[in-house]
Design a protein around this ligand. Sequence first.
Ligand code: NI
Length: 175
Amino acid sequence: MLRRASDPVTAFDGLLRRLARDMIDTMRASRGIGLAAQQVGETVSLCVLEIPAEPDAAPGGPEMPMVLVNPRITAAGQDKESFEEGCLSFPDLAAPVVRPADVEVAYQDLDGAEHRVSLQGLAARAVQHEIDHLQGILLVDRMTQMKKLALSGRLKRLRRETRDRLARAEPGGAG
Ligand code: NI
């Protein structure tokens, strides 16, 4: 599921609203700052973000939580930063990933209206991670070969645990 690229959202209906609400609940319950639809078993282009307010942040930033439908990066700054990323789909795993420090993102809201927003800091970091998810790109694809090697034992264990969990799940169940 995590490897599948998402399908664009075309129906801005109650089901989409409900999914967004469920995703915000799941993100909060897992103490995450972002979640993509694939992580809850849906292959639609939808992600949510909730970035804690930074004490020295300039006023006028986007209101949280954010719901981004069909998000895409339309511009990225020249400056790149390395930052230790985690992912709710890879518990207890973290690795430094280099990404642009600021990005401009176009997206639609739950009513289908188009928006454009500039994000910096942790919000820029999180939105790039979530848009990766929507394209089937994972943290393990972004880490350096060295880091992947260093984490290979833990990655193998995660793979085995996931396989066991899926095998135990009832046929047709969500697993
Ligand atoms: Ni993630």
